[in-house]
Structures are given as C-alpha cells and as structure tokens.
Design a protein around this ligand. Structure first.
Ligand code: OFO
Length: 168
C-alpha cells in the first residue's frame, strides 16, 4: 500500500523519466538533421533507457496496488546551439534527475516506507552511472572541440552503442 504522497511522487518521477525519453529523442533528431547518425544513435539508446526507467516505476505502482496516473509530457528542448551544447544539456539534465530521485528517496525515508526505499536504491545507483556516462561523452566532445574530423570519429564510436535492458 502506497501513501497518497508517495503514489503522487512516484507518478511524478515516472513523468520525469518519460520527459527524459522525449528530451533525448529530441537530441537524436538534432543529430539526424546534421547527418551524424552515430550521435543520434547514442541518444536513441539513452531514450530507450529512459523508457525502461519510466516503465519500471509504472509496474511498481501497479504491483503496490497503486494508481498509475499518466500526465502530460512537457515539450523538450528543440533548438540546440551546437553538438557540444547537446552533451552539456544532457549532463545538466541527468544532474536534475539525480536531484529528483534523491528528493523522492527523502520522502520514502520520512514516511518510513522500506519497500519504496529499497525500490529507489536501484535509481540512486543508476544515476551514478547516468551522470558518469553523460560526463564521459561530454568530455570526449570537449577533447575534440565538438567539430571537424574528431566529430566524425566520435560519431562512429557512438554508432556502436546498444541498449541492453538492465536486470529488472
Ligand atoms: Fe532516468 O536516468 Fe537519465 O534521466
């Protein structure tokens, strides 16, 4: 049984994850527009991860006998100044998501809900990886100055990224 507060906060976080999916799809579209399909692939994989994150919460709410309430998904960024800006925004976005997971965890702790606390630990750990991979990708972009031949090389590297569903 979920408290009303936790049910509402979990629904909000699910929406955040769907928004993240949207945000990354928008970034993928930007790179397709530049014919950098490898970079686009990087963000398609990221969007798939976000879909997984959202659906994990969706099923958790159901398993707990709660009510899934899908809300409107906000419009993602659609204009990006440069390829580097996209990666900067991606890292910035992940930091915001980490904060929202931490805030949600604070509510679970405050309510002494051990089950939700345990469920959210997966997200706490996942955010460490999410920030690390966003930061690494941004670092590579900065190394090559976000343009020229380096950009084409990175495009090839990012074309290799694949989505592997984590153990649920
Ligand atoms: Fe769901 O971790 Fe990124 O946003």
């Amino acid at each position: 049984m979920l408290s009303n507060k936790l049910q509402s906060e979990l629904n909000k976080q699910m929406n955040n994850e769907f928004f993240s999916e949207y945000e990354y799809l928008s970034m993928a579209a930007y790179f397709h527009g530049m014919n950098l399909d490898g970079m686009a692939n990087y963000f398609h994989v990221q969007a798939q991860e976000e879909h997984f994150h959202a659906m994990k919460i969706f099923h958790y709410i159901i398993d707990k006998g709660g009510k899934v309430e899908l809300q409107q998904i906000a419009k993602p960024d659609v204009d990006f100044a440069s390829p580097i800006t996209v990666f900067e925004k991606a890292l910035e976005h992940e930091k915001k998501v980490t904060k929202s997971i931490n805030d949600l965890m604070d509510v679970a702790i405050k309510e002494n809900d051990h089950a939700v606390n345990s469920f959210l630990k997966w997200y706490v750990d996942e955010q460490v990886e999410e920030e690390a991979s966003a930061s690494k990708a941004l670092g590579k972009m900065q190394l090559i100055g976000g343009k020229g031949e380096g950009l084409l090389m990175l495009d090839q590297e990012f074309a290799q990224r694949t989505f592997v569903a984590p153990a649920a």
